[in-house]
Design a protein around this ligand. Sequence first.
Ligand SMILES: [Zn+2]
Length: 403
Amino acid sequence: MCEGLRQVREAMGRYAAVFDACLLSTEQAAGAVAEAAAIEKIAATLKGLAAARAASGGAWKGAGDRSAAHHLARTTGTSVSQASEAIETARRLEKLPAVAAAARAGELSAQQAAAVSDAAAVDASAEARLVEKARTSSLGELREECSRTKAAARPDAEARRRAIHAERFLRSYNDAEGAWNLRMRDNPEVGAEVMAAIDAIRDRLFRTARRQGHQEPSEAYAADALAELVRTAPNRSGSRSAGSRAKIIVRVDLPALLRGQVATGEVCELAGFGPVAASAVRDLIDTGDPFLAAVVTSGEQVVGVAHLGRRPTAHQQTALEWLYPTCAVEGCSTVTWLENDHRIDWARTHTTVLDLLDRLCSHHHDRKSLDGWGLVAGHGKRAFVPPGDPRHPQASPAAQSAA
Ligand SMILES: [Zn+2]
């Protein structure tokens, strides 16, 4: 069996020895890229499968290596994390026929196979969908979808958040070259805050360097940014005017936000960081961070941008006045002294979403707050009913969360 692989390799070597990209048309060159990439992916798959098998024999111990991954990394010239991922992926492929078939056919890169098999190992029913997703999306998009799939398969986001919090760490160590390294693991909402603070400084350093004609990788400036952030920390404590900080954007389905728990099929995630527990969103909101924005959705539809204060912003006020030129109660044409009314008590949501605001005249506002009347579910002008009416928003929780 190895003989066949050796022959393929020798044939490949003969082809590569005389290969001259300059002799190809640009179209032919693009074709060559596709062929070589597929070969590379097939070879990576075989390498991983063989390495996983070799690892089971423990030969790496005899070679004096610390682990099978260290052995593979040393003998193939890759990093330990890449080697360990390759072995893990190969082990998972044994139980994932669709991912394995795509990987053997050269359709998945090592990174794609790792992401898809990692998620499919948790939710086998997502296997075919994720393989298909790998064909059409970028690696970043695929990884996001995979982490969403894993989160959905482990629906208890609160338990996961607590577990990750309990295992959080920040470690620093010096490597063989004498360089200092930093590694941190924590919940995505912590990462989002840390990275938002770093990214803002990184971008400024990057722009300054570019004006001076220097250009280093963005991750180099990110390292400088963290160092600068730490050095200037005592001066920053008083003011938050550290420049144009990047926004942290939360996307959350309205029912999840109101319930304080994410149900199956609902979305609660930090843009660019993946799914988070509903309590993480509440904690972020409670920090009062002016750079936090919550995009409130209902399925794919954006219901509004939640603003984290009690009063509507100027933009929300304009939209409200346009939506409610008169009192929201059907049949009431009062236009003066309209009051903004939080359909669901602000103390419960801590957010001001346009969708949850009505404008009522002072008479109807009093009926609501003093006598318990309520507007039926929906938007714009609509019926106003007494407590006990089946259409009253408090009559059924379903009607209320659909509102
Ligand atoms: Zn009215």
